[in-house]
Design a protein around this ligand. Structure first.
Ligand code: IVH
Length: 743
């Protein structure tokens, strides 16, 4: 065939195939049988084979291309990818509607767009001049991973938009998921090939999208529905969410056929109930319904709180529950030393999978639910969350059961388990030594802001630990070129470089070293303050709680009265936590007194004056909770051994310059209010803010500079919004702290 004729036929074939893709994926109305489609595809491929110079990047034959990647690149989202607030009950949904109407000052019904909440993973597709140029995962909402090569293999995602009139830059947001049938077939294939099967379609979709080799992704039955837009430039979109979805559909993007525009709350409730009934018959998993205010102008007026829009809500289906029996309760130590009780269950099928372990979260939860070995319990598995024990069926409790005790020693390494007052999580204090924490401890130790060992990345640490070459950070300094160059993906040159970097890193500073030890709650700022206050490592190691924690004479008197009047409290001093009538008396106080009196009886005998304590060391930002963590860490013999080995290996630092008292700190004069649940106790954030000179207040006023809102922030957040006080989420707070530290 002449070249010009070939070019024309190629163009025609691409158009035909794109047309059939559209009929199949978007309209769900295929026009031709598969055999006809395959014939067109083969003709295209053969003709391109004869004229390789006529192959275009948007040709359907080019979906699978490119070599496997070494890693995914990071992509910054131009418009952040938000998450959604949840409504778990009809009441919560009613409140959402009421808030929307109040904010919009709307008397009548609000118009909502409703779509199923798909159980997959969020994607951002970027089209420039109609061509797909980039696809990225949501990541943390600001930065995701570039998965373009993989997304190109998904038939439902057009490589070129249909028709015309699209903006020059059009970012489409949607969910990538795996329909159930495809999931079953994939698992059958995996099983037949002796490969690992996937627990549920969501995991299968995520695992398939995160393949470094796109030829594998191409074999996975992935699908997509669009549910929004990101950056738009050089063109206009509609005035409502539903109009935008219609535009996307016209341009060849799949949109949920279940999308409906509804007027008012009652219609939303009816849609939700209907979807709940039809859920099992859908071709894919959904875990609820997303309701969005349809008018984009209204969405804009409503705005956002923290990371979720005020104009949308995800109403979740009730979680799925089953009954089973607790066969044992064990304790697991996580990467960060958190000790979590886990119930071993008689296997039970719930929420689509067989569950034989369920988290009991922490000791408070066990106590609150009073879960015991032998109990019959309700187990819940909702969506992709970890199965949990909901409650005990007391009627079925066997005779002679006993409550569960928290171990006092780590099951992995034998170090003390500590649980500071006010924290739900108990942790192993053998940070540098504990096998469960080894990898994380060493990664942290090597990281840029700690010992800054160039070339010692996370992967390499894992390899070194897995091969048994490194058990604790001190072992790093014994590595030689010969050992290192024998490792996978490590040449002699990089082995040399790493050994050089290790040697260089030994010259450090005391603040860096203290930070590198990875003591929980001791971040860079606190590490620096501790170093500056104490001057030497010996002084830090010599700290006792009695140097740091105060018991005033009046408090001592009251405490003595209480202890004396309660003969039942005559156990070990350390077992005391909050003492009735002395709420200030925390675990840290008890630990301090336990340094002197093993039993409460001895403390009582010593008299009230002996219980008072005047600390002689004030470390800014180190309250009772951090003090206990600091002192406990250095009390663990294993940790001290590792520190000794590190010094022996040549780790050293120059004498410390003491900070002048009147220094103006980066956050001096700024007032913060913390509210809601953050990833760490508020005290930790408070300490970090204080160390930078900020004030932390308990309530919001017009003197507040920032409100930091965690999960389930309540009235303080509302007040901040009412007063126009800037609200930060935890990530933004971290960014601000990082800036302040850098100043
Ligand atoms: S809208 C600003 N619509 O749910 C609103 N999200 O919890 C952004 N999801 O990350 C999301 N189906 O992955 C929206 N119809 C739908 C959805 C949906 C599933 C996911 C999405 C998002 C998560 C938020």
């Amino acid at each position: 065939m002449k070249k010009s004729a070939a070019a024309a036929r190629l163009e025609e074939l691409r158009m035909l195939i794109a047309h059939h893709d559209y009929r199949y994926y978007v309209l769900d109305e295929p026009e031709v049988p598969d055999s006809e489609y395959d014939r067109l595809f083969r003709e295209l491929r053969d003709l391109e084979g004869a004229h390789p110079d006529l192959v275009t990047p948007d040709s359907p034959t080019q979906r699978v291309g490119g070599a496997p990647l070494a890693a995914f690149h990071e992509v910054e989202h131009r418009v952040p990818m938000l998450s959604l607030d949840n409504a778990l009950t009809a009441q919560a949904m009613r409140e959402f509607d009421r808030r929307v109407r109040e904010r919009l000052q709307r008397e009548g019904d609000v118009v909502y767009a409703a779509e199923p909440k798909l159980d997959g993973l969020a994607i951002n597709l970027r089209y420039e001049h109609g061509l797909l140029v980039e696809a990225a995962t949501r990541g943390d909402g600001r930065r995701g991973e570039n998965v373009t090569q993989n997304v190109r293999t998904i038939g439902a995602v057009p490589l070129r938009l249909r028709g015309g009139g699209w903006p020059d830059v059009l970012e489409v947001r949607g969910e990538i998921f795996m329909p159930r049938k495809g999931f079953d077939e994939l698992n059958a294939r995996q099983r037949a090939a002796g490969d690992k099967t996937f627990a549920n379609p969501r995991n299968a979709a995520a695992g398939s999208l995160r393949q470094l080799d796109p030829t594998i992704t191409a074999t996975r039955p992935l699908a997509m529905f669009s549910y929004g837009v990101g950056e738009i430039d050089g063109g206009a979109m509609g005035a409502t969410h539903s109009a935008n979805m219609a535009l996307l559909k016209g341009w060849g993007l799949p949109v949920s056929p279940e999308l409906q525009v509804l007027e008012g709350l009652d219609a939303c409730d009816a849609y939700f109930d209907d979807m709940g009934r039809r859920r099992a018959r859908l071709a894919y998993d959904i875990d609820g319904v997303v309701f969005k205010v349809d008018a984009l102008a209204d969405q804009q007026r409503l705005g956002f709180v923290a990371r979720a829009p005020r104009w949308a809500i995800a109403r979740k289906f009730p979680a799925q529950e089953e009954l089973t029996v607790v066969e044992a309760i064990e304790f697991q130590v996580g990467r960060t030393g958190a000790v979590t009780p886990v119930a071993r269950l008689h296997p039970v099928f719930v929420g689509g999978v067989t569950v034989s372990n369920a988290t009991l979260h922490n000791m408070d939860e066990i106590a609150r639910k009073d879960v015991r070995v032998g109990d019959t319990v309700f187990v819940r598995r909702a969506g992709d969350v970890i199965p949990e024990v909901v409650r005990v069926l007391i009627e079925r409790r066997p005779k002679a059961t006993s409550p569960v005790d928290m171990p006092t020693q780590c099951p992995e390494c034998g170090s003390d388990i500590v649980r500071p007052e006010g924290e739900a999580v108990a942790r192993c204090s053998g940070g540098l030594f504990c096998p469960a924490q080894r990898k994380e401890a060493i990664k942290h130790f090597a990281s840029r802001r700690a010992m800054d060992i160039e070339g010692l990345g996370d992967k390499l640490v894992e390899q070194l630990v897995d091969l048994g070459l490194v058990e604790d950070p001190a072992d790093l300094f014994a590595l030689d070129v010969e050992t290192l160059s024998g490792l996978e993906r490590m040449g002699e040159k990089s082995a040399h470089n790493l050994v050089d970097a290790l040697i260089r890193s030994r010259d450090t500073t005391l603040p860096r070293f203290l930070f590198a030890l990875g003591i929980l709650g001791i971040g860079e700022t606190i590490a620096a303050t501790v170093a500056e206050t104490c001057g030497t490592l010996d002084a830090v190691e010599a700290l006792r709680l009695s140097n740091l924690i105060e018991i005033k004479p009046s408090q001592a008197k009251r405490l003595h009265e209480i202890l004396e009047g309660h003969p039942e409290q005559r156990a070990r001093m350390l077992d005391l936590t909050v003492v009735n009538g002395a709420k200030w008396f925390t675990h840290a106080h008890a630990a301090m007194l336990a340094e002197r009196f093993e039993r409460i009886r001895d403390a009582v005998a010593a008299g009230p004056d002996a219980l008072a304590n005047a600390p002689d060391t004030k470390i800014e930002g180190v309250g009772d909770v951090l003090a206990e963590k600091l002192v406990t860490f250095f009390r663990q013999p294993h940790n001290r051994d590792v520190i000794g080995k590190l010094q022996h290996a040549g780790v050293r630092w120059p004498a410390i310059e003491v900070r002048p008292d009147d220094a103006v700190l980066a956050l001096s004069g700024k007032t913060f209010v913390l509210t809601g649940t953050l990833s760490q106790p508020r005290d930790v954030f408070k300490a970090r803010l204080l160390a930078l000179g900020a004030k932390v207040a308990g309530s919001v006023s017009n003197k507040t500079d920032f409100v930091v809102a965690g999960v389930e922030a309540g009235s303080k957040l509302d007040k901040a919004n009412a007063l126009g006080v800037p609200v930060l989420d935890e990530e933004q707070l971290e960014a601000l702290l990082a800036d302040a530290v850098g100043q």
